[in-house]
Design a protein around this ligand. Structure first.
Ligand code: NAP
Length: 502
């Protein structure tokens, strides 16, 4: 019964054990019956299955005073954690990664139950997230500085890297495990304590990671999770000068607010914000291979992905063939509960995402786009039937704003120079895709595209060794790679001179 899939997935001894500590404030709700409405004390405490709207758990919402206490605790913990040998930090991080791997069966079910994504994608998310923990465990011991050639007589100097201080990570609901792992692992490896504020829709994944961090030996106060109101927390965080770094993933609108607020105490900021990726298919490429790539680049995470191809530009010579074959592939995708084995596209995690899909489809159709698959009439609650719109023009909403759902917008183009100009005509600059068999063209396009990441002939390109991040309003700083840890480190230059009297 679809109605009870999510609750049943959480009703295992392993999941109960993860959340057994009463201090976490988590009460898993029984599989049957639904709690009577008069027992539902405050909507923010309830975690719901996005597919059925059934309550899965009650999670205590923490107030501003708890955030203040968490900062105090992180401050105490920082004094020890920053002086812990990098090798010991590596050992603890590796233990955390191993604990996550051991519990990956339960973690994937928690992610799928509260986020809604297909279970296979949730399993992949756990592996993706833990790969960053492994990576940064090893980066901890590679932090090193320089000793510049002296520019003063009788002196020696060095530049070292030191942890920036308490870090707050504010994370989204589309990757409720991996976004926390990617941020926290880098900050912890650098020697910073981390306080995570998860998205309100997906606190269970965050608390599961916390429980495993404790079990792995991450010391008290070094890694904390607080479920609560982001706006209220942000006021405390902004004003407290002991919080030295904020790492945020979410919308550009909220990123701008945090940017402004952080100026009060001049914090270090790293932000992964919205995307609006162009995906460009030239007529020299194997069309079926490009369609495979496009399916994955558009419909992974049910389209709720900042890397999702939002504008699919197809060269006019292969336009009709692409649209026809792509629409057939999209029509075959199965919409359903994330925990049903046949599901390709789960529910949208938030109703607002389904509503935005509807408005983008309706706007495009009113302005002359054609629906080749799906359509807004097939949207039911949070379930959006994968939709293909062709003949989309540059002025339509879907061509100017990120959709963040399973709606594919196809736009024809004629020339390389023209499509580069149109692809770059956006305030966003996270990721772009190019499909071409021409090496010279691949080099020209990857150089011309104003994006932090360009994928040529592949939809799959992220992972621990590469710098993930965007240009323009898509964000600041990088996550992953050898660059990612620098977001949590400060440079210090020391100059030692020889006293003449000696
Ligand atoms: P959102 O509103 O920006 O929320 C993201 C996080 O920020 C949540 O934890 C939210 O919790 C918190 N938040 C909201 N208002 C806040 C405030 N005033 N101060 C501090 N924290 C605040 O994002 P969304 O609409 O849920 O997610 C979709 C958007 O995120 C998309 O536009 C997408 O592009 C972007 N995104 C980007 C990436 C990336 O890697 N670049 C990844 C995922 C998502 P509360 O609601 O409790 O405040």
């Amino acid at each position: 019964m679809v109605e009870n899939l999510a609750r049943a997935a959480l009703d295992s001894p392993e999941v109960h054990r993860l959340f057994a500590n009463a201090a976490l404030g988590i009460e898993l709700l029984p599989a049957e019956p639904d709690p009577p409405l008069n027992m539902i004390a405050g909507e923010p405490e309830l975690v719901r299955d996005p597919a059925t709207n059934k309550c899965l758990a009650r999670v205590k919402v923490r107030g501003q005073e708890v955030m203040r206490a968490a900062i105090d605790e992180a401050d105490r913990a920082f004094k020890t954690w920053r002086d812990t040998l990098a090798e010991e930090r590596r050992t603890v991080l590796r233990a955390w990664g191993a604990a996550i791997r051991r519990e990956s069966f339960s973690l994937a079910r928690i992610v799928s139950a509260e986020q809604g994504k297909p279970l296979s994608e949730a399993e992949a998310e756990i592996q993706y997230g833990v790969s960053f923990i492994d990576w940064f465990a090893d980066e901890a011991i590679r932090i090193c500085g320089q000793s510049p050639t002296p520019h003063k007589p009788m002196s020696v100097g060095w530049v070292s890297k030191q942890p920036v201080g308490i870090t707050v990570a504010i994370t989204p609901w589309n990757f409720p495990m991996a976004m926390i792992a990617r941020k926290a692992a880098a900050a912890l490896a650098a020697g910073c304590p981390v306080i995570v504020k998860p998205a309100p829709e997906t606190p269970l994944s965050a608390y599961a990671l916390y429980a495993l961090a404790k079990a792995a030996g991450i010391p008290d106060g070094v890694f904390q999770v607080l479920h609560g109101d982001g706006e209220k927390f942000a006021r405390i965080i902004a004003a407290d000068s002991r919080v030295r770094a904020v790492s945020f993933t979410g919308s550009t609108a909220i990123g701008k607010i945090l940017y402004a607020q952080s100026s009060a105490t001049v914090k270090k900021l790293s932000m992964e914000l919205g995307g609006h990726a162009p995906l460009i298919v030239f007529d020299d490429v194997d069309l079926d291979a490009a369609i495979d790539g496009c399916m994955s680049a558009k419909f992974a995470t049910s389209g709720q992905d900042c890397l999702a191809a939002n504008r699919i530009y197809i060269q006019r010579t292969v336009y009709d063939a692409f649209c026809d074959r792509f629409a057939k592939r999209v029509s075959a995708l199965k919409v359903g509960h994330g925990l049903s084995p046949e599901t390709n596209i789960g529910p949208m995690t938030k109703q607002a995402v389904a509503d935005k899909c509807r408005s983008h489809i309706d706007d495009a159709v009113q302005r002359g786009a054609r629906v080749l698959a799906g359509g807004s009439a097939e949207i039911r609650g949070k379930f959006v039937t994968p939709t293909v719109l062709c003949d989309v023009s540059d002025d339509m909403l879907i061509a100017t704003q990120e959709t963040f759902g399973p709606v594919a917008a196809i736009l024809p183009f004629d020339e390389e120079e023209e499509v580069m100009r149109r692809a770059n005509a956006s305030d966003m600059g996270l990721a772009a895709y190019v499909f071409t068999a021409d090496l010279n063209r691949a080099i020209r396009c990857s150089s011309a595209l104003e994006y932090g990441m360009v994928a040529v002939n592949t939809p799959s390109f992220t992972g621990p060794p590469v710098p993930f991040g965007g240009w323009k309003e898509s964000g600041l700083g990088r996550e992953g790679s050898t660059y990612g840890i620098d977001e949590f480190l400060e440079l210090k230059y020391v100059c030692v001179g020889a006293l003449h009297s000696a």
